[in-house]
Write a protein that binds this ligand. Structure first.
Ligand code: PGA
Length: 258
């Protein structure tokens, strides 16, 4: 691990639409003893909405934080099927994923709704974990940086709703190239680090160099116990956002200790 001391690593699991309440209980009884002594990093798990209360309850006396996987930008209203930031906060979430590529691809999240959700999460006192990443065609045609710049601007600097530096200081970014999610095809540590460097540069240009240096950027996309250490060896990579391999306590604990 070579992250600068002031960027505390973040190892985050994204369970997607997996695990019932009973399976959530089983996971934490196995997982918590495995990470009991781990104090030098943040561990976050984003569960389905139905498992949040159980997960918060199970992790109550641990250093593991629980996250939602999405939120609506309004506090309440006639929005069937949606959950607000205030509701996530009340149930005990500390963080929320925003703009995951599956939300953008299948559920209509756009740069604009991502921006509204970030503002709502901050207003509710949640830490937004904001996901960016290019499609395979966009990488192959040399458009990775243009896509990341568009997503970054849409999320943080677009009007109305441009973030203040104080608000931006509460953000975590996850770089997840869409071609690496659930495909078994991880970005090489060098490819990931180059994208992180670019996102950090955008942060410096849009906010301040100090905030850019402190920003934590996670890599996501087929992170497994056997490739995580190589990714974490890059000082640009401050942690991981893990899908499939976060479902098993042993494999997520191995990743969390990388
Ligand atoms: P994966 O998913 O680790 O299963 O590729 C990552 C993610 O979608 O956050």
């Amino acid at each position: 691990m070579t992250q600068p001391a002031f960027r505390r690593p973040v190892m985050a699991g994204n369970w997607k639409m997996y695990k019932t309440v009973a399976e959530t209980r089983d996971f934490f009884s196995a997982f918590l003893p495995m990470v009991a002594g781990t104090q030098d990093r943040d561990i976050i798990i984003a569960t389905p909405f139905t498992a949040l209360a159980t997960a918060v309850d199970a992790t109550h006396e641990s250093s593991v934080s629980i996250a939602g996987q999405n939120l609506h930008w309004e506090n309440e209203g006639a929005f069937t099927g949606e959950v607000s930031g205030a509701m996530l906060r009340e149930v005990g979430c500390r963080c929320v994923l925003i703009g995951h590529s599956e939300r953008r691809q299948f559920f209509g999240d756009t740069d604009e709704t991502v921006r509204k959700k970030i503002r709502a999460a901050l207003a509710a006192g949640l830490i937004p974990v904001v996901c960016f990443g290019e499609l395979l065609g966009e990488r192959d045609s040399g458009h990775t940086e243009a896509v990341l710049a568009r997503q970054f601007a849409g999320a943080f600097t677009g009007m109305p709703g441009q973030l203040t530096p104080a608000e931006f200081s509460r953000i975590i970014i996850a770089y997840e190239p869409v071609w690496a999610i659930g495909t078994g095809r991880t970005a090489t540590p060098e490819i990931a680090a180059a994208a992180h460097r670019f996102l950090r540069k955008l942060s410096g240009d849009s906010f301040t160099p100090e905030l850019a240096v402190r920003l934590r950027i996670l890599y996501g996309g087929s992170v497994k116990p056997d490739n995580c250490a190589g990714l974490m060896a890059q000082d640009e990579i401050d942690g991981a956002l893990v899908g499939g391999a976060s479902l098993d306590p042993k494999s997520f604990s191995a990743i969390a200790h990388s």
